[in-house]
Design a protein around this ligand. Sequence first.
Ligand code: ZN
Length: 320
Amino acid sequence: MRRINPGGALLLGLGLLLAGAAHTDEALDTNLYDRDGCRLAVHVSADFQPAEQADLLTWVEFIATSLAQVYGHWPLQQWQISVAPATSATAGDPIPWAQVYREHPTRVEFFTAPSASPDALQRAWTGYHELAHLLIPYRGWGDAWFSEGLASYYQNLMQARAGVITEQQMWQKLYDGFQRGLADTAFDGVPLAEVSDNMRQDGGFMRVYWSGAWYFLAADTRLRLQSGGQRNLDLALAELNRCCRDQSLSVPAIVRQLDRLNRVVLFEILYDELVVAEQVPAFGDIFASLGIDVVDGEVTLQTEGPGARLRSQIARGNGL
Ligand SMILES: [Zn+2]
């Protein structure tokens, strides 16, 4: 907390007074609760003006609500979000930097452009992406493709379910993402596990992220198709959360648990298939099974048929 005394600033000259006027006098700290009583502690830096702090709190509430919509409650009993101003704002990017810290409690740090409008923050994918990472009790290292794929898939679902984008835009964004993954050809022929392990030093981010997003789209679609819409990825992840939210699991342990808890033979097999895949797998069959047509890179959605019904349920969520 920092307090600025305007009287004192006047004594020291106009420059300091103006510097003082650019800041608020204290940080904004508040708690939010979901319907199950899970607590989110929000900290907004004293370096924002009061009006900016209020806007940022509204934004945090919005994205945190979109996270709770996935399986009806937040993934953690207690967690934190902190927001600070980005020092080197990239033009046009309202959230230049963000990071999840899997500590006790788990914390998500956002650095936002001080001038970012509430609307621009709400439309930025980064907020949804970072929070989606919390949907699994991942230990934070190993099989990065799985964690980044989960976040890349759900960031789009959460935006659609929150009403920020339409269902058509959601599928277009997923399509464009898979195309970026396919276009990232530098490591074609190298198994995903290897590209993923070396991503930080060698690159191949799009290959890794969108191979991972393919995994979750494939798993979600198979669950829905095989059960006639009774099962889905949201519910499968809810089962995992119920059992293991306070654990810190490797990805092989997560996929074993997902199969066991949901009584399916899916997640582990798909994992074994994907870690040896030598490029982003084809997604045309999945799109076709969901009533999605693509003509000249433009996604169009069929309105009739079982695929269309299952597809629209992905964009709508569980309505929890
Ligand atoms: Zn991420």
